[in-house]
Design a protein around this ligand. Sequence first.
Ligand SMILES: Cc1ncc(COP(=O)(O)O)c(C=O)c1O
Length: 425
Amino acid sequence: MSEEKKSFQETNRENRDRWDLLKFDTQLMRAGEDPYLETSHSLRIPLYATKSYTYSSLSEFLQSHYFYSRTENPTLYALDNKLATLHGGERAISVGSGMGAIHLACSSVLQKRVERIRPNKIKKLLPQSNPNDIPSIVIHNNQYTGVYRLITKIYPQMGIDFKIVNLCDLAEVKKVVDENTKLILLESPTNPKIDIVDIKACADIIHEVGGKCIVDNTFASPALQKPLKFGADLVVESLTKYINGHGDCLGGVIIGTKTEIQNIRYFWLETQGQVLSPFNAWLILRGIRTLGLRMSRHSSNAMEIAEFLEQHPKVIKVVYPGLKSHPNHEIAKKQMLDFGGMIGFELESGEVSNEFIELLKLIKVGVSLGDTTSLLEYTTLMTGIDLASWEKKSMGISNSHFRFSVGLEDPKDLINDLEQALNQI
Ligand SMILES: Cc1ncc(COP(=O)(O)O)c(C=O)c1O
């Protein structure tokens, strides 16, 4: 194969050892990008807006790493290789949304029978489990509601069982994990209540029964937390949030071993089709360059605001991993480099929530998180909109709970806005 015809993915693998030696902020700029600069002299990654690829001979077709853009695209490979490097994983696969990533990752882990789809792509088969097992997933008692719905309302229809526990209580986790538990699917920090789950402890518990641990790292991003280091088997993230950081597109990613990611790419993604568009991959590649800078400023802004909220008489509870009052502050210190931009807080009563929102002049209210711009969410009506009241109660979502995604504005302006609104309710 001539140098020009070598796929970007192949060249990327050769560069991987070099990228691994770089510091995180340099990886953000360079990992995944060298082959593009070498072959096209372009300063930036080209946007490959193509559905398929052409060949001048059958042998060229057979050797090519590009077949159809549902499974491979050079712009997406740049993003995949950057994200794999940032997390210290063997491979990554970026897909259409965070939810898409979570479903694909769970599908691969729970898969009972591995078929040899395109055997040249999947060299090693995953272990086969007993087809009569009823697999079961363990999740936390307050986890992103999209995930809660997937696990508790959709998977049971496919014969997959679930258990909901407080993953912060390791004795409880040990009690519910048995030989049918194939997976612990956890978030840390959690959405919406900003709990901190001990990743290593949960990974150790599930590994003892031969299951796997998937960590949704959306709230931390690889700038603050790298779950593979703590024993996670797969990491998933919503690229929609901090990784892209600019609020202009959706995306998701899964990071893990070569075998698992190839299985996801050529077995699950090829069939289920939650593809990331090359344009969105290009936007995310642009956004990710400042991830290190942004996460550091998100964290310092959030710390200042959490301290302000904690002393305000109208606020009865503040949950931020950087505060000493957070019940798992010590675990956050152990597994995170900084504490991120997400704060949970509660007002005196639910009745004043609407008034509080209407009084805000600068801070915008809406769903989602992780942007340059602050976003305040009224949890019970936004993330919690599809939940029955008993479900909200069991998750501890009260009608006075807010989730605040602290942006990159000057923290003084954010505090002034919160203060004037709180003082008037
Ligand atoms: C923790 C977490 N994981 C996953 C998702 C889903 O991501 P997406 O909106 O990109 O599908 C979200 C969305 O809010 C989230 O907060």
